[in-house]
Design a protein around this ligand. Structure first.
Ligand code: ADP
Length: 541
């Protein structure tokens, strides 16, 4: 027997309509990349997104066609997202931190019809123009006065185009399974692969992240997404905030400690999210200038493992609750959060920190299991580690245009490429990326754990651990360190600091001091480059 409930497609325009109906006066504030703060309301965002929809139709963009954006977090960028998705077009976020050849590949693979971009990325438009025949034009998200200088013939000014259309337009009646967004994974090997989100997956994922044990958002929240919209949908915040009527504060291009701190304080921000490097920068800045945080309640740290120092400083010095988050582009992207469960409030502080530093447990909608190399499920005992597999309502079942072939196993699980444990409380902990784990004498060493330990040293700014070839042990860990300014900390000093905190055979054989550690376009340490650079590093006895 079938149920007798309404068929109410879960589509992105419904999020905006809800915000307009119930939270029309809530503010959306932007630090405009060209300078200054602009503020308007969800009512304005809605009206302008409709004009974008009208403009797109005028430009000949049809349902199912792909349009690129290459922009920082601004209200204009958001208008374009909602305008595109509202007419059934697919919003493809291009990451400006990628190399030009990668962007050319991605843009051609996606067949972008137009690209909407910040003025600062004019160089990207110029690199794409001669090599991407599908792109009919580049629309700069600015007004005439701030248009970048360019020889491009098909460069347009966003505000000028918008001023030529009205907002008299209806959203498309969409099927919830139609594509809404497209985001390519950086692909450390091979070409980037496109993850094609549906309206349904975006809505379900946003409904999941607002829950108290995930991001905990509501109409009284003030959300500042530091994580860029081009990095896996700003971790759903541009859907989640209007869904619950939270005030949004968009930081634009300046993600420095001083710029963020100023916005946190002047706008009364309660919630924010970003990768660890951003937070280490902010903490440094606040410490150096003896600053406090007066409104911030929760910070999500994810994308890479959360260093213990960041958690301790936020919670103990600044009184801000830290949620460690894990996910991936293929998961929309949020997979788990490390919020404590009932009963854990009374645990000793050290045990709480240990638990919160795990990557966490999923909200409803994500299933996880850990398997060995034969695909056999491993016990959820917090010790056995293996490949982490996931299944759920907002997880990819394949890549755009079939790249990478079949990606699900017989039970419909997706292999995350991460190696992890699951504990009896349901918390997952990443041991490593499968390709980064160090295989020493048949046993595995977690590069992440060693890195976290090393950055706990007060004179270490950043640390990376890679396996270097060893004649007897296959691989041994090499610690690569960027020292803080003025620090003279030595190899012996660092190893003494780490000794006793991990098994002795885990201790790095050597320490290399460098000026800088390379990062990927999504802010992760570029291990492959480091492995190439240190391939000839002499093995210890
Ligand atoms: P990329 O395009 O770089 O793959 P993703 O954001 O999709 O960007 O990366 C997903 C991967 O990032 C995960 O599979 C995992 O290895 C790593 N990751 C994400 N969050 C965490 C975390 N909290 N701790 C450790 N690793 C993480």
């Amino acid at each position: 027997m079938l149920g007798l409930m309404q068929d109410w497609p879960l589509t992105v325009p419904k999020i905006l309509e809800h915000a307009l109906r119930y939270h029309a006066e809530r503010e959306v504030v932007t630090r405009v990349p060209e300078g200054g703060i602009e503020r308007y309301t969800y009512a304005d965002l809605g009206a302008r997104a409709r004009r974008v929809a009208k403009l797109l139709r005028k430009l000949g963009v049809r349902r199912g066609e792909v349009v690129g954006t290459c922009a920082t977090n601004t209200s204009r960028h958001m208008e374009v997202w909602y305008g595109l998705m509202g007419i059934g077009a697919v919003c493809h976020t291009l990451n400006p931190r990628l190399f030009a050849e990668q962007l050319v590949y991605i843009c051609n693979h996606a067949e972008d019809r137009y690209v909407f971009l910040d003025g600062a990325f004019v160089g990207i438009a110029e690199a794409l123009a001669p090599k991407c025949p599908s792109v009919r034009g580049f629309v700069f998200l600015t007004d005439r006065a701030h248009m970048p200088e360019t020889e491009l013939e098909n460069a347009f000014c966003y505000e000028e185009l918008l001023s030529e259309v009205d907002d008299d337009v209806e959203w498309c009646e969409l099927d919830e399974n139609e594509a809404a967004g497209l985001c390519y994974t950086s692909g450390t090997t091979g070409n980037p692969k496109g993850v094609l989100y549906s309206h349904r997956s975006n809505v379900l994922h946003a409904m999941s992240v607002v829950q108290p044990d995930s991001f905990g958002l509501g109409s009284r929240s003030v959300v500042l997404p530091v994580v860029p919209m081009f990095h896996a949908n700003a971790w759903a915040l541009t859907f989640a905030a209007p869904m619950v009527g939270a005030k949004l504060v968009m930081p634009g291009a300046d993600l420095s400690g001083s710029a963020l701190h100023e916005l946190f304080e002047t706008e009364g921000v309660t919630f924010t999210a970003a990768v660890p490097t951003v937070w280490l920068g902010l903490l440094d800045f606040m410490e150096a200038n003896d600053l406090r945080l007066s409104s911030l309640q929760r910070v999500v740290i994810g994308g890479s493992a959360c260093p213990r120092v960041a958690l301790e400083k936020f919670e103990e010095v600044y009184g801000v609750d830290v949620t460690h988050g894990w996910g991936m582009t293929e998961m929309s992207p949020v997979g788990t959060n490390s919020c404590l469960k009932a009963g854990m409030e009374s645990w000793p502080r050290d045990a709480q920190i240990f638990q919160k530093l795990k990557q966490g447990r999923p909200a409803f909608g994500v299933e996880m299991r850990v398997v060995d190399d034969d695909g056999k499920e491993l016990p959820r005992d917090g010790k056995a580690f293996g490949r982490l597999l996931v299944r759920g309502a907002a997880i990819a079942k394949g890549y755009h245009k079939g790249e990478g072939g079949q990606v699900l196993d017989a039970q419909g699980f997706f292999d995350t490429g991460d190696v992890a444990t699951l504990d009896p409380h349901g918390y997952m902990q990443i041991t490593d990326r499968a390709k980064d784990v160090i295989k020493s004498g048949g046993e595995w060493i977690s590069s992440i754990e060693l890195e976290n330990l090393a950055v706990g040293h007060p004179e270490v700014l950043e640390a990376a651990v890679i396996g270097v070839p060893h004649p007897k042990w296959d691989e041994r860990p090499l610690l690569i360190v960027v020292r803080r300014e003025g620090s003279r900390v030595s190899k012996a000093g660092l190893l003494a600091f780490m000794r006793g905190k991990v098994a002795n055979w885990w201790l790095p054989d050597d320490v290399a001091f460098v000026d800088e550690i390379p990062h990927t376009a999504t802010g992760k340490i570029q291990k492959r480059t480091l492995r190439e650079k240190f391939a000839e590093h002499p093995a210890a006895d």
